[in-house]
Each structure stands twice: as C-alpha cells, then as structure tokens.
Design a protein around this ligand. Sequence first.
Ligand code: IFM
Length: 463
Amino acid sequence: MATDALAVPGLSSDDPFTPASDSAMWRRDFLFGTATASYQIEGAVHEDGRLPSIWDTFSATPGKVLAGDTGEVACDHYHRWESDLDMLSALNVDAYRLSLAWPRVMDERGQPNRKGIDFYKRLLGRLKEKGLQTFVTLYHWDLPQYLEDRGGWLNRDIAHRFADYTDLMSRELTGQVDAWMTLNEPWCSAYLGYGNGHHAPGLANGRFATQAMHHLLLGHGEAVQVLRANDPRAKVGIVANVGRGTTDTDRDADRHAAHLFEVQHNAWILDPLLKGRYPDELFELWPGTEPLALPGDMEKIAAPLDFLGINYYFRTNVRSDGAHGFVEAPLTGVERTQMGWEVHPDGLRDLLVGFHRHYPTLPPIYITENGMASDDEVVDGRVDDPQRIAFLKRHLSAVDQAIKAGVDIRGYFIWSLMDNFEWAFGYERRFGVVHVDYRTQERTFKRSAHLIAKFLAERDART
Ligand code: IFM
C-alpha cells in the first residue's frame, strides 16, 4: 500500500481536490473523517460468538443481492483492523466513524458477548492512541436475526431491546467514544427494509414502513436517555440520509410533487426529531399509514440532540403523478455515478440552508456521509479516480457555502474509507478512497486518498 501522500508527483495547491484558500475546510476545528459500517467491512460473521444478522439472512437469499454477494468476508476488517487503522492515519484525518455490530456483542438473552465487545475496545483504544476522534453508530442495519424473528422493528418491544443494547455498549465503551449516533439512516431501515423490500428484512408494505419508523425513532429516543446517563461527556446524535427533490417544469403540481418528495425523504424523520410530530402531508401521500404511537412517545423522540448527522448523495427530479403523489422523471444529460445517482452538490447546500431556516431547534450538523461509487481499477499499482476527486471538491465547496450562509456545520466524513459491501449491490459498487482487491484483500490508496492526505497535511502545517 502506498501511503506517502506527499510523494505524489505533480500536485500543487491548485490541484483538483484542495479547497479554495478562503474555505472553512481549512479551519483546524472543522473535523475531517472517513466512515464505514460493521457489516460492510468486518466479515468474520461466524467468529467469536457473533450471531446471524438480518443481512446474513437476506444476502443468503437468492436474488436479493447482486451476484449473490454476502458480507461473510467483506474487507476482512475483523482480522486486519490494525493495518486498516494505520491506513486511516496515513490519510491524516481527524476522526473516524464506525458502527458496532449488535449481533457481535449481545446474545438472545441480552447477555454480553465478551469477545465481540473486546474487539471494539481494542479498536477504539487504538484510535485514541492515534489521536483520532471516534464517532460510533450503534445501529447501521445489522439487526440480530433473533430480533427480526420476534417481529423486528414492527414489534414495539424492540425499542426497549435497543435501549438495553445501548446501555451495555455505552457502559462498556464510556470514555472511548467522542460522539454516539443512535441510528444510521432510519429512512433506509424503515422504507427499504419494510416498505419496498429492497433491503433486509425484505418486507414490502406501506403501513409496515411507518410503524417500523416509529419504533426506530422511539428506540432512538430511549437510547438518548441511556447515553446521557451512562456517558455524559460524549456528544449524542442521530444520522439521517436526506434527499433533494426538484422538478424541471414550472407547473405548480410538479413543484408540489418535489415538495412531497422532500416530505417523504426528510420531514418524515426530521419533523418528529425536531418538532415532535410527523408531517401531516406524509399521510396525505400514504393515506391510512399513521403509526400506532402511545402517549409520551413523541416527547421521547424529540429529546434535544447535540448534533445531527446528515448523509447526502444525490438529487432526484420528480413530477406530479397526476393524483396526490410524485413520480421520478430522470433528467438526461446530467453527470451520474456508478450508482446512477446524479452528481448535484448544490442540492446539499440547498438542503442544509433550508433545514437551518425551517427548524429553529436544528442542532449543529456533521456531514456524516458523502461520497460516490466508481468502477475503479488498479493499473500499474495506481488507482485514478478523477470523478471522485471532483465530486468531493464540489461537495466540500457546497458545505463551505452553507457555512457562509450561517449553517452550523462542524465536520465532514467521506463515505467511505475503503471499498466495501454495498448492500443490495454487493461488491460491484466501489465507494472507497482506498481500493480493495477482494481476492487478495490488498488495499491501494486511490488518487483521491493521496490528495486528501496532502490537503490535510498542508492544513495542519498552517496551524
Ligand atoms: O453504503 C451506504 C451506507 O451504508 C449508508 N449510506 C449510503 C451508503 C452508500 O449507498
């Protein structure tokens, strides 16, 4: 693995990544990091007492994941974590966002699995030795299968089970975590997992989606209380994936459709968290799907947060469906990534500024994921990823513009540290700034990684 970033030839301060000299990205207190998630990188699914997760079950089901890929080996990070953390430090980042695998640390009776817990203690201990800030997600989609067998996120009891798991891990890891995130992207867990079945557990029912969301958010609310009690010095937040919806016509009906797209993607999660209620328009879009909520639930869900994690990837163009909803109307002639997602940095800026104006209680924001997939290959020991370099530069500029417009944004995490298991798309889609050869597990810095390391070294040298 080539890690000497400063040795990359031909890079000057006007290279294709380095942010403009007046950008907030140069500020030493603006946190730079990369992000990963347990099921996507760890592998070792049968080791040291780890129990099956819904993603083991789902990916073993024919037709669910591209090419039949599974997370059984993934990046083998469970065995290679030490060299992976060396690779991370060579990027000169300030922080690392990772997730804990619930099925690795707790058994069916709620008892701790010491070997699994010790893995994370070692990992976090090493990150601290390296001087990195630790951002830890409790739930990034790998639900223990035994809980899905009891109804998963459709069973209200899961909120208490999530609080128990949070209690265990926050007692065990107190002092090793700078920032806790309860859930990653509840929209994906609820909508893709229970609404359209594209993700584990693969159920497809509109009512299930809204009920699963309510229990996810309730679990979040209970977990916030536990984290405040067990680890009062750590920051507490949640991560939402947000989507920009626009339309390419002047028709009022299409503009309203774009608004409804954002209600369904953003307000569905942000309104309960920041206003203590679901948006009425959600149930105009999906009539009859109001979740069963008990008195006191919404107060728990809306507990104050120290930060909000925002994950942003693309913009969606929509038009009215002629009734009460929206349909996608894909634009032609726009730049897209290997996922087919449109590259649209202004969408990130516009969403951030919009949230700042719309939610008086908006807490400080970290961009907890942003990045893109490309079909990267190693050629003569190098990986050139020009589209990613331009993508990152443009999105950092969008973040800078939002900061200058008054939004309190404290940091930015690239998705992802390394290529990994991209859920229903398996290993084909490569999001990493480090390339992974899945046959040999060799890691190779892409050119984007060299440029990030160079920029951060220059930033540190200035201060
Ligand atoms: O890989 C995922 C990640 O797990 C959650 N956010 C989106 C990424 C890219 O699809």
